[in-house]
Design a protein around this ligand. Sequence first.
Ligand SMILES: C[S@@+](CC[C@H](N)C(=O)[O-])C[C@H]1O[C@@H](n2cnc3c(N)ncnc32)[C@H](O)[C@@H]1O
Length: 431
Amino acid sequence: MPEKKDLFELSILAKGKYADLLVKREDYKNLVTFAQNKTEPIYNWFYYKEGFSGDLVWNLLKELEIPKKSGILDPFCGTGNTLLACQQAGYNAIGFDILPLGVFVSNTKLQCDYDMELLKEKIKEISSLKFGETHLKWPDLKFIDIKQAFSRYARNDILFFKEKILEIEDEKIRNFIFLALLSIVGQASNTKKDGGVIRIVRKQHLAPVRYLLRNKLKRMYRDLKRVNPKNGDISAEALQGDARSLDLEPESINACITSPPYLNFVDYTKLYGLELALIVNNSKEIEELRKRSLRSHIGAKYEFHDGLKSEKLDEITGKIENSPVVVWGYFEDMYMSLEGIYKALKPNGTAALVVGNACLPNLTVDVDLILAEISEQIGFNAKAIWVANARWCDVHGMWRSYAPTRVREALPLGHIVKERPVRESIVILEK
Ligand SMILES: C[S@@+](CC[C@H](N)C(=O)[O-])C[C@H]1O[C@@H](n2cnc3c(N)ncnc32)[C@H](O)[C@@H]1O
């Protein structure tokens, strides 16, 4: 097997029309992940492994020469890192996410002009509450047993604090403190987000909810003191919405910076199910959100969309034995999303899409190349594909853990394929 250092080189050796667009951009390697955000004030308020860094957005804005005060769109805004980076750098920004969790986290990270005295007082009040009973209940999530996910104390404490936080009148302060609660749910639980799935694990030493909450609030408060976010004349917000049917004025946006779900079978409604359960009213709502999310996993509802044509996709779907529906559905959804982005962009507007190629047992799906092809069909000019990262295709580790049982069972035992490089790229498009 070639040395690790050859991986990048190997990943751009593909030939063909769109493969000619591949450019090695190792300088973006650490920026397409959440890693940098872990130590960045405000960005680190909620750990979203699938998120990217603020630096990525700043670099793109600079390199793509997007003028200040322009309008930037992120149709898959997740926890709002594009929006926050834009707000901080003096750009107007609008984002959409199908999950109310992402929308809430984004908008709370974007809040400015706090009444710091009142905030301090409320944090103190919440942090010093004595334990009491609560009327709230956890919804029955079906895919994870709440009784196993939390100790009895943690289960009650979380709901108790939620009830008290929701009584806070000042909306900004209520959101701030509720975000702190959401962000410690994972730590307070007997669960682990393992790659793309959530698993029950027995943890030896679980810190009490009130302790985790108090510490998180302290750190968040310190961030605000340091950053002191002010609104100015910039507008930045997230709305709940579907990237496949964007509600935007035609030609109203200067640029789009986004990262759609990767074609890796991660179901966000399960992965962040515990946090979502504190935001939505019942498990039915979560099931509805699952069906309406992008078809990057099998829980999303299949709806045929006429119009998608792709030679590359035709070429590969014949080779996919087990899951052509998800792969085809993913690109249909991306086609619809790209159509919406195209309409919303001003003439000559730019789109930068951070995507990951998919590693299947018998082939690699070059999502970056297929999206470049599809986008040209819509009217875009595919300008470049910056390869930010490359890893070995590890069917055993990746595909096996996300794939549905019947697909896993169809794989021969011990089927480990590591000879193919899989890219993570930024596809640059121009209208
Ligand atoms: C890769 S994450 C984006 C992360 C984001 N860049 C960040 O830094 O937090 C993809 C997001 O797409 C959202 N999503 C899934 N289906 C969607 C849809 N149909 N419309 C809009 N957003 C969707 C998921 O909820 C998830 O938050």
